[in-house]
Write a protein of this length. Sequence first.
Length: 148
Amino acid sequence: MTAVRLITYLLKYAAIYFVFFQTMFISGVDKLTSGGTPAWFVAQFSETFIATFPGVNVAYLILGVMEIAVAVILVISVITLEFTPKRPKTFLLLAIALSALTFGFLGFGQNLTSNFDGAANLFFYFGATLVAFLAVVRDHDFVLLKRT
């Protein structure tokens, strides 16, 4: 691998880690340390089935836990040096897939409450997440193919 190719490879992964980590970590920490479910969230879902099951507070907590889980898995990925060219990207792919699921849940909530602009925005987050997944899975599969 040439020096320029290695630098662009590492920059690609730095960008992926940075965007997913800061997006999920900041949001997750805010949800888990804000002192409870905000009134606007309770009001948004009070007329939906989420108010009954799993409950608005539990739903808010679940979203925060999912977001923090993505951040933790990303840290594990960095610690195991998955960003290097010769390492499989197992934890990174797991983090990106969990991000996609999280954006799917968030979008569902927006659709459920007729916030279609917010749902459309989250659909783009979901789509960008899948693009990142495809960029990483290509490198992951290439490493696995070279090992056989």
